[in-house]
Design a binder for this molecule. Structure first.
Ligand code: GDP
Ligand code: MG
Length: 466
């Protein structure tokens, strides 16, 4: 490795990541990381499994990855995996790792195939891997408008943006070669947050599936849609290979042969393939951490300072002291109220520049989602005209009137207004969800574990009262 002396940087960030994950991410420090994005079935899971040399990720149709998976690859002599949520238990059977990911996903999302932004932390130690941390995110979907799952498409987009908007995040944009590259979900979303292509690494999968006589040479040579970090092509196992239990090692050998023997890629074969991708990402992440470390350190220090100040305030705080109990509780409730109001009303101090606040999200629901739902409503003008004409005629009865009666107007309008009910209810649901998220965020900030543990109760009360 050309990074002597810096091999420890990735493990160092891993430690910070674990620490933040266990305290529920309430320190919003942006750690340098790599997020894997792409459309459904682009080949994201395959790339990650090839790095590890093991089958360990859930597979299937539909949205399989439903919570972010923070995957820490750690180079070590022994081969095993462990989860942060059941620390100490060493998994040596990788089928069990898959089952545990599935169970842990369902634990938060329920088995109704919802998604959740709360990550699962998995560490895989193996002699085959280079130190590397990647975040596997749900694949972007395109669900036909009008279908119920449409909501999920928005949620996934929001979740991906939450990760990749941060300047500290490298983006691994996975695109299958047998699709229209200019329309790649991965490259499009990456471009939204990284328009100059400075922190995006392109990965082109399924090169083996391209139409006879075509190749992806232009893009792999970084001539088409250029990125500063360029593109790396890979060939993963096909579904048939997986069903036939083709060994990953054999697949990697076949991949190497593919690049060496392909007339369009032979000249760049050294810069292609899974193992080159792994090496490149290890180096780029290490360099990236080195560059962001000074800023990170100063942020950590200032956070430490403000925390110490907070600790000072609570130094003489004894929750068991009856004379202080009420006052302390009142203070906490008050603080909670202030925080909540700030999230909803917005505030001048401490403006969050990386995430939308609860209030801003609610604003978006009203001004973007709601009109979108309204536009989506089916509206048949011909039918409406017919209804109006019937209503007018029915109200006139045997007489032929000169004027349009009010009653007809009312009857028609009432019918139209009822149609608004469904989008309104949907909008309310979304707002409630956002309010609950905001309450959760605010309770996260209250420095006393006791209250945080009571959060569930608060949420229940909140849900019941809305
Ligand atoms: P994900 O949804 O992005 O995680 O995609 P997966 O890694 O699960 O891959 C989706 C399907 O495409 C699977 O059936 C894979 O076997 C197949 N696949 C992925 N990459 C390649 C590739 O490079 N070549 C071929 N032939 N099939 C691939
Ligand atoms: Mg996947």
């Amino acid at each position: 490795m050309g990074n002597r002396g810096m091999e420890d940087l990735i493990p160092l960030i891993n430690k910070l990541q674990d620490a933040f994950s266990s305290i529920g991410q309430s320190c919003n420090l942006d750690l340098p990381q790599i997020a894997v994005v792409g459309g459904q079935s682009a080949g994201k899971s395959s790339v990650l499994e090839n790095f590890v040399g093991r089958d360990f990720l859930p597979r299937g149709s539909g949205i399989v990855t439903r919570r972010p998976l923070i995957l820490q690859l750690v180079n070590s002599n022994a081969e095993y995996a462990e989860f942060l949520h059941c620390k100490g238990r060493k998994f040596v059977d990788f089928d069990e790792v898959r089952l545990e990911i599935e169970a842990e996903t369902d634990r938060l999302t329920g088995s109704n195939k919802g998604i959740s932004p709360i990550p699962i932390n998995l560490r895989v130690c193996s002699p085959n891997v280079l130190n590397l941390t990647l975040i596997d995110l749900p694949g972007m979907t395109k669900v036909a408008i009008g279908d119920q799952p449409h909501d999920i498409e928005h949620q996934i987009r929001d979740m991906i943006l939450q990760f990749i908007t941060k300047e500290s995040c490298l983006i691994l944009a996975v695109t299958p070669a047998n699709s229209d590259l200019a329309n790649s979900d991965a490259l499009k979303i990456a471009k939204e947050v990284d328009p100059q292509g400075l922190r995006t690494v392109g990965v082109i999968t399924k090169l083996d599936l391209m139409d006879e006589g075509t190749d992806a040479r232009d893009i792999l040579e970084n001539k088409l849609l250029p990125l500063r970090r360029g593109y790396i092509g890979v060939v993963n196992r096909s579904q048939k290979d997986i069903d036939g239990k083709k060994d990953i090692r054999a697949a990697l050998a076949a991949e190497r042969k593919f690049f060496l023997s392909h007339p369009g890629y032979r000249h760049i074969a050294e810069r292609m393939g899974t193992s080159h991708l792994q090496k490149t990402l290890n180096q780029q992440l290490t360099n990236h951490i080195r560059d962001t470390l000074p800023g990170l350190r100063s942020k950590l220090q200032s956070q430490l300072l403000s925390l110490e100040k907070e600790v000072e305030e609570y130094k003489n705080y004894r929750p068991d002291d009856p004379s202080r109990k009420t006052k302390a509780l009142l203070q906490m409730v008050q603080q909670f109220g202030v925080d909540f109001e700030k999230c909803i009303e917005g505030s001048g101090d401490q403006v969050d520049t990386s995430n939308l606040s609860g209030g801003a999200k609610i604003n978006r629901i009203f001004h973007e989602r709601f009109p979108f739902e309204l536009v989506k409503m089916e509206f048949d003008e011909k039918e409406l005209r017919k209804e109006i004409s019937y209503a007018i005629k029915n109200i006139h009865g045997v007489r032929t009137g000169l004027f349009t009666p009010d009653l007809a107007f009312e009857a028609i309008v009432k019918k139209q207004i009822i149609k608004l009910k469904e989008p309104c209810l949907k909008c309310i649901d979304l707002v409630i969800q956002e309010l609950i998220n905001t309450v959760r965020q605010c309770t996260n900030k209250v420095p006393l574990g006791r209250v945080v543990r009571n959060r569930k109760a608060v949420m229940c009360c909140f849900a019941c009262s809305t």
